[in-house]
Design a binder for this molecule. Sequence first.
Ligand code: SF4
Length: 416
Amino acid sequence: MIVRRKTRKIRLGDQAHGFVSIGGDAPVSVQSMTAGYTFEIDKCVAEIQKLAAAGADLVRVAVPEKKDTAALKEILPQVTVPIVADVHFHFQRALEAIDAGVHKIRLNPGNISDRAQVSDVIQACKAKKIPIRIGVNEGSIVERKDKQKRLKELGGVFSDNKHGHFLAIMVTKLEEYLDIFRAEDFHDIVISAKSIDPLLVIDAYKAISERFDYPLHLGVTHAGPRETGTIRSVAPLSHLLCSGVGDTIRISYASDPVYEVQDGLELLYVLGLRTRIGAELIACPTCGRIQVDLFKLVQDVRKQLAKEIRLPIKVAVMGCVVNGPGECEGADIAIFAGDRRGIIYVQGEKVANVPEENILDALLKECREFQAKVERGDAKLGEKKVDVIPPDPLGELGSGWEKIQKEKGLRLPVVK
Ligand code: SF4
């Protein structure tokens, strides 16, 4: 069980878009960002709603131009999830977004040159009780255009730490920014300190979590496409979350942002930081014993479960009866494949033995029926485990056992 760091709590949202709390005793939330242009209103609405349907607790949109903030007034009434406006360089965009009714502002005070302008944004947020995320991302905290200034900034702080300069700059800049907010007595704040380097992400958030009690928005910037970005993101985020650090997360991919939500939620589910919505799928990796197309079956089962199952039913898709029963322990529903067949168990009871082409339909039928039983109160999730050895695997699943027996010298289980 993960013990989370104690932080302040912020709240955002409204009746029409729902409320989300970040920090304190609130569950860790998942957010994402639209990839399209905000000014393309219909497309933006569709993308926000797709992310909301995938389970995003809040969705961020970029507002680089006035036409983007103007679009917000039309977008907001059409969406059902709180919206965060992502502001860089132009404080007016923040004021326009606040006026349009957004629920949170993401600001990097470092790229808004005039402190008075930052104060204007703070006061506007204060008046409307809108929180602000302060980002000190690695990519945007150090001066890039002015080489002299950049060198001065990089040389202005020193540390022996592996990530010395950047870590020191991130914390120093954050202190600097927070002073502005404290001066305005504004504490409706979430902090982020992202980097592309997973180890710097860990060090930066640890350092910040030790210094400030504001909730933290975790993320790795520019993590790349999902294929490689998953590991780059999940490695540091898991480390931090397991240490109790992190109150809201965004996984960033150069891929469809729906994956950011799906993977973010899955990370929180497997760490026990969120209550799972929908089925949990277990599947074996397959090996030389496999006698059905398990990879395809698993993908088909995954897609259908996501569409049809609301409850956190544990479903196991196992390639054979050798290790399957042990490996899927705790599953409510399991299928063990054999020689082009599959035996289906529901909470320890064998309910079907079907040819490969019928496995998907038969398994989903059992899942739907089990879900209905649980909802009626006639069954409980996780009540009986699938701790089964098929009574007659050779007869029911075909020659898989013969093959295994011959190759590995295995003995058939004792039939009782
Ligand atoms: S369940 Fe069977 S097929 Fe799947 S990996 Fe284990 S031993 Fe191999």
